[in-house]
Design a protein around this ligand. Structure first.
Ligand code: MN
Length: 327
């Protein structure tokens, strides 16, 4: 995915860091994406006061909708893109030579390192149902200057989640570590990304690492998260930030629910994020933008694409600054 909006490019400096549990319900923003067929997404991360949850720095839900996705080649730096399809098939091509179909049940993980470019098109010529989560993971200093890579994982660990009431739940460990299982996908910081399923009429227990911060987003169904004095209803238009120092959280559902858990060790750096780039300074972002506009070899060439590409938007008139948590 590419970002066409840059309205949140300029963040205000803050100073607070998270020091304990939170139960902060944050609304996802509707963001229109450009392209041949306009589509819109709900962006749950970054939030103005919450740029990161662990190393997770971006979360879009695109769908459910009927559309023909056509995102032409565009660049990334300093991050991993995590695509977790819910419905519909998308063809992914990139500058490390990948040409694969992204479909339900398969994790698609693209590691930009210092630079990669890719495209995402719907499979077929007609509009079709499409629904997915796309997330970005900020790369730490030790990996962000390295080589680009792409991996696809069709087999991921499934774990059972104990029930406080009703039937046991289940989870797919998409990225990192959760409930004693580890995803085979490459990670570079302590992290978790997991799809959580709560059966109808049940209340299940999600084990959490108290040294990590966490958040939950609703995917489908009715979910109530028991993280504060009162349960918090969580739907697919909200993210619930849970803070740190929790050993577990419980989620109940009347009719059955699917959620996505993201979390990890609080990230080592404040980041500068603009368009499709994650860096540490204004100058790095400017340099990456200029390299993309100059068709520099840093971003390679997406296989089978000719000259199609998304030009970088203009930079804002002010310096890009590091984003800080203010919750
Ligand atoms: Mn992208």
């Amino acid at each position: 995915m590419t970002r066409l909006d840059t309205d949140d490019a300029v963040a205000t400096e803050g100073s607070a860091s998270c020091d304990g549990p939170r139960a902060l319900l944050l609304e996802a923003r509707e963001v229109p994406l450009g392209g041949v067929r306009a589509m819109s997404v709900r962006r749950a991360l970054p939030q103005r006061d919450l740029p990161l949850v662990g190393a997770w720095c971006f979360l879009d839900r695109f769908g459910p909708q009927v559309t023909r996705m056509r995102v032409e080649p565009h660049p990334h730096i300093g991050l991993q893109t995590v695509t977790w399809p819910l419905e519909g098939d998308v063809r992914h091509r990139d500058s490390v030579g990948s040409d694969v179909t992204v479909r339900r049940g398969s994790l698609n993980l693209m590691t930009s390192g210092a630079g990669i470019s890719h495209s995402e098109y719907s499979v077929g010529t007609d509009a079709a149902p499409l629904d997915a989560l796309q997330l970005w993971v900020a790369l730490p200093e030790s990996r962000r200057h390295g080589a680009p890579a792409f991996e696809q994982h069709d087999v991921l660990p499934e774990v059972a989640l104990a029930a406080a009431d009703g039937l046991a739940g289940s989870a797919t460990v998409v990225l990192g570590d959760f409930a004693g299982a580890s995803s085979p996908a490459s990670t570079h910081t302590p992290i978790v990304g997991a799809e959580i399923r709560v059966p109808a009429g049940s209340r299940v227990i999600l084990p959490l690492d108290p040294a990590w911060e966490h958040a939950l987003v609703g995917v489908r169904g009715d979910a109530a998260v028991h993280a504060g004095q009162d349960p918090t209803a969580l739907d697919d238009a909200h993210l619930l930030y849970l803070g740190i120092r929790r050993t577990s959280v419980e989620v109940s559902s009347d009719t059955g629910a699917t959620l996505f858990l993201l979390g990890g060790e609080p990230f080592e750096d404040d980041i500068v994020m603009w368009w499709n780039f994650v860096g540490r300074t204004h100058e790095e972002i400017v340099e990456a933008r200029e390299a993309w506009e100059a068709r520099d070899a840093r971003f390679g060439r997406v296989v089978d694409h000719g000259d199609e590409r998304i030009p970088a938007p203009p930079l804002p008139a002010v310096r890009l600054t590091r984003r800080r948590r203010r919750v």
